[in-house]
Design a protein around this ligand. Structure first.
Ligand SMILES: [Zn+2]
Length: 442
């Protein structure tokens, strides 16, 4: 076994965990995961993963890469196989899955036909939306992955598929049967892919070695219930190898079944709990502080809150069925935050007093409340050095205590905005930073 499958084994049996071996992290590289009738299948573990399958009529590639790493992946593929690319499948339109440039350049250089590029039809609207909101996406990704460190940037170059489908699509390439199925889940344009001769399942981001990204606070709607159904549908095919969109493969039918089952159960549980409270007329506040992920599932090595987390998923389920009004009347037409902050600061006896109390709460482990006070203190006195120091410390501490990329990114960006230098205190905690560090040493 290579280092990726070794890590897969260590993670599964609990010798290592995803808190220190994040699904988007290292080791990177190409590993052979299957050979069938002299046709090989490789798994490239990158920031996002790629699966490369040889056939008698050329390569099938599921998710060739991101624009920032597809060159590297392309070179690795070309070291092991010279087959032309026959078909590329995008499991969805997130930009870390749709980099394809070097493959297209290769076709042009060699006068080869452009490969068939398949995706679900909703990817077209997604690409159009990314063009419409390009800068917005740059900002939210900078906050999510780097805690607002550096310059915002987002792909402008989208390769639209030349074949789309709606519900399902079966293709035969060089005798290899490939089944594509659509389900909404992390996105509205998701495709999962099944190779029936090798029993290899490519889930896209419907499985990522972490609690599903069904809650993301900064991104568009996710679909927890449909997601769970898709995972159960995948199980019916009896896959023996699961290649996730991020993280490491899962090898053996028993393990794959367990992972699919438990991930579906977790999503279903959050969904059912949330709906049941909504049907009782509960407010969003009550719901997010009441619904919990079942302990036995939350403990599974592949369901840790390392990227997203249950509380965010609950909010997204609310958003799918409810309006934006959260059930708290003052939030319907709120005073501007700055007006609220000034009023509360005055009542408290000044920003310093409020900041000091935030620090006390922080030290007592009451981080949720500490962040409220810190925010009000800083908003009312952004130029007070003492206040800035305390409030940025509160948010840096919050980031340190969090486990999910999404919470860490947002709290780090708050600390930075308040004048702090959170990287000094927690170097490499954001995912992209960790990756940068690794890239430097490669
Ligand atoms: Zn992804």
């Amino acid at each position: 076994m290579g280092k990726i499958l070794d890590l897969a084994e260590d993670l599964w049996v609990g010798r290592k965990d995803t808190f220190s071996h994040h699904p988007f992290g290292v080791p990177r590289g190409l590993e052979l995961i299957n050979e069938h009738n002299s046709q090989r299948t490789w798994f490239y573990r990158g920031f996002s993963n790629s699966v490369i399958r040889e056939t008698n009529e050329g390569l099938i590639i599921v998710d060739p890469g991101a624009d920032f790493d597809v060159e590297k992946k392309f070179k690795a593929v070309r070291e092991v196989t010279s087959q032309k690319v026959n078909t590329v499948i995008f499991t969805h339109g997130h930009v870390d899955h749709i980099g394809i440039k070097p493959y297209l350049e290769e076709c042009e250089d060699n006068n080869w036909p452009i490969p068939r590029i398949i995706a679900h039809e909703a990817i077209l609207n997604r690409f159009d939306r990314y063009k419409l909101t390009n800068s917005w996406n740059a900002y939210i990704n900078l906050r999510q992955f780097r805690g607002d460190k550096g310059e915002p940037a987002f792909t402008k170059d989208f390769c639209y598929p030349n074949l789309t489908y709606r519900d399902e699509l079966a293709i035969q390439i060089g005798g290899v049967r490939v089944q594509l199925k659509h389900s909404r889940g992390e996105t509205d344009d998701h495709t999962w892919v099944y190779f029936s001769d090798t029993n290899i399942l490519c889930t896209g981001d419907l499985f990522i070695w972490g609690i599903p990204n069904a809650g993301n606070p900064q991104k568009v709607q996710r679909y927890a219930h449909e997601w769970a159904l898709a995972l159960l549908e995948m199980k019916k095919y009896n896959p023996q190898i699961l290649c996730p969109g991020h993280g490491v493969p899962i090898i053996s039918q028993e393990r794959v079944n367990e992972a699919l089952d438990n991930t579906a159960l977790l999503l279903e549980s959050l969904h059912t709990q949330t709906i049941s409270l909504m049907n009782k007329g509960a407010s969003l506040d009550t719901i997010i502080h009441t619904v919990k992920a079942p302990d036995e599932l939350f403990k599974k090595p592949y369901l840790k809150p390392v990227y997203d987390e249950p509380e965010f998923i609950v909010r997204n389920i609310w958003r799918l069925y409810g309006g934006w009004y959260d059930g708290t009347p003052s939030n319907l037409k709120p005073a501007p935050e700055i007006v609220q902050a000034n009023e509360i600061t005055n009542l408290a006896g000044g920003a310093v007093k409020l900041a000091d109390r935030a620090l006390e709460l922080m030290n007592a482990g009451e981080l949720r409340m500490a962040c409220h006070l810190a925010e009000w203190a800083w908003l009312s006195s952004p130029n007070n050095k003492y206040v800035s120091e305390i409030t940025s410390k509160v948010f840096t501490t919050r980031a340190k205590k969090e486990s999910s990329t999404m919470a860490i990114g947002i709290y780090l960006s708050a600390a930075r905005k308040m004048g702090g230098d959170p990287d000094k205190e927690m170097p490499g905690r954001t995912i992209m930073q960790a990756q940068d560090l690794k890239n430097q040493s490669e």
